[in-house]
Ligand binder design. Structure first.
Ligand code: 1GP
Length: 247
């Protein structure tokens, strides 16, 4: 199985090069808005595009990836909200196990159903321990997954959960406050997770400014994910990319 994208992420991790992933919800931007976002991604030299959503209403995943692929060479990684979000047009897929929750479907059930489709689509699966964290408000991710997020100030729970994920063979650790979170995951929690695992760490949810991005990088994030804030103002991508790449 190809490990091209994972190898690049590990390479950056070993060189302590921080990366920026821009999350695009295929439901949201119209063509002109998508072009504006991709233009910013290209000029900011953002490293990755994450594509997906907890709840997609339009059947726009394939067409959205095709449009993106015409505009950029930045790898497109599906960030699936459900097993319906698989496409052979993407480069890779976050093969997420929601290890902060106790919903068996999201720990293994959906994986069994989607594995043959991912294989047929020749998508690189990125085995990821996915942790939802309570960052100030109920998010779609938390509601749709039917799981309790880890309390904001319980860094030790996040650290032990991430550690278990790594021991189970997960290659990436993703701490997510959920899209539109009030505030990012705390630097203290990121520190505790950083001290507990050697996988690259992805941090997302509620990152709205270059300062916030810099803080999570300094605390130990390898990949910073931004979504909501840049949908509203694509020019932020450049400022946040600069903060991430200089951290
Ligand atoms: C959500 O981590 C992502 O899963 C991004 O969150 O939209 O709040 O930037 P935002």
């Amino acid at each position: 199985m190809a490990t091209k994208i994972l190898d690049k992420i590990y390479q950056a991790h070993s060189e302590k090069r921080k990366q920026l992933a821009v999350l695009i919800d295929p439901d949201t931007p119209n063509d002109a808005e998508l072009e504006a976002i991709i233009e910013q991604i290209n000029s900011a030299k953002a490293d990755l595009i994450f594509l997906g959503g907890s709840l997609l209403i339009k059947d726009a995943l394939d067409t959205c990836i095709s449009k993106i692929k015409k505009l950029t060479d930045v790898p497109v990684i599906i960030f699936p909200g459900s097993i319906l979000q698989i496409s052979d047009k993407a480069d890779a897929i976050l093969f997420l196990s929601l290890i902060s929750g106790r919903n068996p479907e999201l720990l293994i059930g959906s994986h069994v159903i989607s594995a043959p489709y991912i294989k047929q689509a020749k998508l690189e699966p990125l085995a990821t321990g996915y942790l939802l964290v309570d960052c100030g408000k109920a998010t779609t991710a938390s509601y749709m997954s039917g799981s309790f997020p880890i309390p904001y100030n319980k860094g030790e729970i996040a650290a032990c959960t991430a550690m278990a994920g790594e021991m189970l063979g997960q290659k990436l650790t993703y701490l997510d406050g959920g899209s539109g979170a009030d505030k990012p995951v705390s630097t203290q929690m990121i520190n505790q997770v950083r001290a507990s695992v050697s996988t690259p760490i992805i941090i997302g949810g509620g990152i709205k400014t270059p300062e916030m991005a810099r803080e999570v990088c300094l605390a130990g994030a390898d990949i910073v994910v931004i979504g909501n804030a840049t949908e509203k103002n694509p020019k932020l991508i450049k400022q946040i990319a600069k903060a991430v790449h200089q951290s």
